[in-house]
Write a protein that binds this ligand. Sequence first.
Ligand code: ADP
Ligand code: MG
Length: 728
Amino acid sequence: MRTHLSRNSNSKSTYLSESPERAISYSAMFGENVFNLHKLKQYLNTEAFEQISEVIDKGSTISRGLADQIAVAMKSWALSKGATHYTHWFQPLTGATAEKHDAFLDFSPEGGVLEKFDADQLVQQEPDASSFPSGGIRNTFEARGYTAWDPTSPAFIFDKTLCIPTIFVSYTGEALDFKTPLLKSIHAIDSAATAICKYFDKNVSKVIPTLGWEQEYFLIDKATASSRPDLLLTGRTLMGHASSKGQQLDDHYFGSIPTRVLQFMKELEYECMLLGIPVKTRHNEVAPSQFELAPIFEEANLAVDHNSLLMDVMTKVAAKHDFEILFHEKPFAGINGSGKHNNWSLATNTGVNLLSPGKTPMSNLQFLAFFINTIKAVLNHEALLRASIASASNDHRLGANEAPPAIISVFVGKQLTKVLEDLEQVSKGKLSPQEKTDLKLNVIGKIPSILLDNTDRNRTSPFAFTGNKFEFRAVGSKANCAKPMTALNTMVADQLNRFKALVEALIQEKNMKKDDAFFNVLRDEIKHIKTILFEGDGYSDSWEKEAAKRSLSNNKTTPEALYAYISKSSIALFESQNVLTARELEARYTVDLEEYTMRVQIEARTLGDIARNHIIPTAVKYQNTLIENVRGIKEIYGNQFKPLAAEQMALIEQISKHIAEINTGVTQMIEARKKANLLHDAKEKAMQYRQEVFPFLAAIRYHCDKLELLVDDQLWPMSKYRELLFNL
Ligand code: ADP
Ligand code: MG
């Protein structure tokens, strides 16, 4: 029987991180459990502090002596906060975070125990890499892997454990995680963008990509969810008839937040404040039981860490409130799924947002250079950008009329479309003084410094300019943002380098002035980027046709989309920017394909089990009741029983048909799996799973959902959509 018992059962008197006094302000507690530079400063002498600041700023290597001092400082701080353990905290290719806790404990020479933590423990650890996906890297070499401290992301304490953000690499130096290539891509875009900024301001010495993610999720009552093996094992419902009320009334979006959820949100925000995660907005989303949380944006590395950490914290806080939290991109058929918009921009050390139009024509020329080059980068590598957000779960959401399609296009809005059109008219070669004045006054001088109030926001676009940043909307809610951010940073870095080379050629060879050269190169780029600019309805069939004419890729499934990771152009891109090697890309490609296969495999197994162990027996039980009923009618009415029992008999037949369909479907699905499992090539196997196994999920579900409508509600063993979604 499905249960609804434990609702609101626990007392929530204390928060996860207990606080005797909850009324303190967010600003006072922000970052309290984070060992940031400000705190580090109190423990180090001036020289050491300057050294570590330089390491963080310039990426220079850290000396042993300095690492020792920082370890001592970190330990004192952590112990003063009551921490008992420490861990290297990293993001392996599983998509989850990984940690192995060690106590600050060692035997002292005098015989007792003492708290030990020095540079050795801070800088490097050696977890066994063989239990993490490596895409074959570990097989050929050694199983050993190393985690190494990332001083650019501060250590923090969660649940009495000091967590030290680290990268994770193999014995032979290949990246086995998301952070390593992300950091390299941040470095690549820093050099490329700084070089462009220098044309405008010599004081710019560093450019940092910024990221503000928007996390969508579902909260389901734990007891209600507990009767759903599909939710618990796969993160989504593999069956379930639509509830008569879904999201058609649009009454959930921005509606008042249910009290029970608000309690969860408050505790979550409290934890976030302690951890220095600057969460800012919270609201109901479109689907029932769906919510969103967004922070103030931060530099990309920190924002990625914070998002990964947040998902962990959310899971823990949700459990305390008797919620099952769903990060899956499509937990329920027929209502909206969840995404994680990645708002991305570039910020200089001088405090300028490079994607924010400025107040002067020259600052707008700089803005246009970054704006146009970003679009060109997306055009150059659109298939790769699609690959960077590909997963079995996100496939359900992309193009499902709620999320952007699998075709990558860029939306810029009316105003900027007009600016691009005008710029395209610039004549070739050196500009006449008149033309330049016109341009400055009437075109780039006219870009309003605030474009934020874009009334023509296009929700169907996967990559939209939203006033002072680009918003990549195709990212999945479950995904690690590092993946798309690494791809984006790298492609923009590469494009900026190309742009600079073209500009320099005009300056050096054609003796042009900087702005003439910029206008000339930008004009040519505008001609190219038209291919990827699209302002219309991304959900429409006509766009699919139009996109095909423009030769934009439209990879609807993950096994097809992933190939872009190892295309010639992607390998050349990542290698030239020193972000990932061909070997690392091959490995990641394999890991992603294998993950796809396993996800579909788990879903197929789970559905097979539920269909045979839950649904068929329940249907048979109800059918027996009907048979009993018919028998009884016959007993009473003899030969006249037929008209009286006709409906029941029809039901009995319908149920038999559905049972038969389910049973054959499951048998055939098992056969299809067996065949696919014989394949050794990861791509072939994933494709086979997509083409031969995956379709059974919907086919079998169809009959289970029909039975849900026929069978006595009392007998139905699993929570129904209406119970899962309208129970907060
Ligand atoms: P929306 O209408 O999409 O919710 P918001 O203005 O609320 O738009 O911003 C959404 C996200 O964009 C927030 O997480 C915010 O921090 C982020 N954001 C704003 N400016 C930038 C920027 N310069 N770089 C990166 N992210 C940004
Ligand atoms: Mg948004």
